[in-house]
Design a protein around this ligand. Structure first.
Ligand SMILES: [Zn+2]
Length: 469
């Protein structure tokens, strides 16, 4: 095991691969995983020892652990450390404002301050040192290279420039790579019309946004008489913040609308470089886990024990090169399946083949199966007969098994056929029940409803009606 590797790593600030090279760091990205593990482990050991030495929080947090935090020697030992939650961060920052005792550098060396807005509870603050910021740029440049970004490209960043670190992370990575950056932003009144005008004029070749914003931009452009395929020149789009970029129906729609390809990205703001989960230009859907930049364990949602490849669990992230505010074993609350896939890019990282498709808070358990409403939604939205809203009703008769009924609206013209023939929709009902049963592994009842049956809301819709208790 290499023990003399300098930590934190220093990267030459002017390196850029050859234009036609597939990789930023071919050796590291394509080596057999068992050869990369010791490199990762050495970074983990240094990172955790550093955090333990410099952070009063981790000294308290690791008081009773059975392993030596200053000398973590295996992934098994790492798994003995407690998991850190968002609530732990909130609590610590409330007790020791503003950063909590997470900050391992003098406060005057903080270079960027970012955070979460705190729509639910106290906001959380991230203090990022200058050296860390340049390592974040390096990591994102390396990953954006795999997405197909090249110095000749122009990247339009069409997400809000605020405390939200996503936009800045995309910007700094593209800058480091040497692409032209166009930090357009979003959120101001009339800004989407201007985005369409500018995109038609400047012809940026890459877009960073959310999938739903990309769809909205296309709508607005069309209403202005622009054709997103002809008047824009987007070669590819990279997205974070929503699961849509790995949802086949959404993905296909955006790719066809713009005649581009899509790369799904993103772990969590706290874990920036958040691109450490990222697809590449070859991957149809899903994200590679760039484990030598941020180490990711997949754990069981209940027991928190690491799970093997091929199974479904919750990503738990650990920084590997963060000196300012390191997060060690940070609980994401997301749900994904991980596996090894043969990607044409040749990278040897494990992959989340379906991206991140759920949150543990949204998960419902029916007859022992974990079910995510987002999977059911994906199936419904891919059908042209879908009327736009649905509800999941869970019931249990005394002594009986759970019953899941899907009530789904049917689009107006399809629903109208029922007036002439009451059985006209029966094949559709059977088709929906069959597809959902295949996807979630549990038999369901399906009830078809007229369009407009369910209330629309701008906020997160309450689609689960649990009558089991
Ligand atoms: Zn790949």
């Amino acid at each position: 095991m290499p023990t003399n590797t300098p930590w934190p790593p220093r990267y030459p600030s002017d390196f850029v691969p050859n234009e036609d090279s597939e990789y930023w760091d071919k050796e590291l990205e394509t080596m057999p995983p068992e050869q990369r593990d010791p490199i990762i482990l050495e970074k983990l050991r240094s990172q955790i020892a550093y955090a333990h030495r410099n952070s009063g929080f981790y000294q308290d947090f690791y008081q009773d652990v059975s392993v030596d935090p200053s000398n973590i020697r295996s992934f098994e030992e790492l798994a003995q450390l407690p998991i850190l939650t968002k609530e732990d961060i909130r609590q610590e920052q409330e007790n020791h404002p503003p950063y909590g005792r997470f900050l391992c550098i003098p406060e005057e060396q903080v270079f960027r301050v970012h955070g979460t807005s705190g729509t639910t509870g106290r906001p959380t603050v991230f203090g990022i040192g200058g050296d860390d910021w340049s390592r974040i740029a390096e990591a994102h440049a390396r990953i954006l290279w795999s997405a197909g970004l090249r110095p000749r490209d122009t990247v339009m960043v069409a997400s809000v420039f605020s405390l939200y670190v996503g936009s800045w992370g995309a910007l700094v990575g593209a800058e480091r790579l040497g692409a032209a950056c166009f930090p357009f932003g979003s959120g101001a009144p009339g800004q989407t019309e201007r985005a369409a005008e500018w995109a038609a004029m400047l012809k940026p070749t890459a877009l960073y946004a959310t999938p739903s914003y990309a769809m909205y931009l296309a709508e607005v452009a069309k209403s202005m008489g622009l054709d997103p395929r002809k008047d824009f020149d987007f070669r590819f789009m990279f997205f974070s913040g929503e699961p849509g970029a790995s949802v086949p129906a959404t993905r296909k729609k955006i790719e066809e609308t713009y005649d581009c390809y899509i790369v799904d990205m993103g772990s969590m703001a706290e874990m920036t470089p958040w691109m450490s989960n990222s697809g590449c230009r070859h991957l149809d859907q899903g994200m590679h886990l760039w484990l030598d930049l941020v180490y990711t364990e997949m754990v069981d949602p209940q027991s928190h024990i690491p799970i093997p490849l091929g199974s479904e669990g919750v990503p738990v992230y650990t920084h590997l090169e963060r000196t300012s505010q390191p997060m060690i074993r940070y609980w994401s609350g997301d749900v994904a399946r991980w596996d090894m896939v043969d990607c044409p890019c040749g990278r040897t990282y494990p992959t989340l083949p379906l991206g991140i498709y759920g949150r543990t808070d949204d998960m419902i358990i029916v007859r022992g199966q974990n079910i995510f409403p987002s999977r059911i939604e994906d199936i419904l939205r891919s059908m042209k007969e879908f009327g736009g809203e649905f509800r999941l009703v869970l019931e249990r008769d005394p002594g009986q098994m759970d019953r899941l009924t899907i009530q789904t609206e049917v689009e107006a013209s399809s629903y109208a056929s029922r007036e002439h023939d009451p059985a006209a929709l029966e094949p559709l009902r059977e088709q929906i029940a069959g597809e959902i049963r295949r996807a979630i592994g549990v038999g369901v009842a399906v009830e078809l409803k007229p369009p407009g049956e369910f209330e629309r809301t701008q906020f997160k819709a309450r689609r689960i009606i649990d009558l089991r208790t």
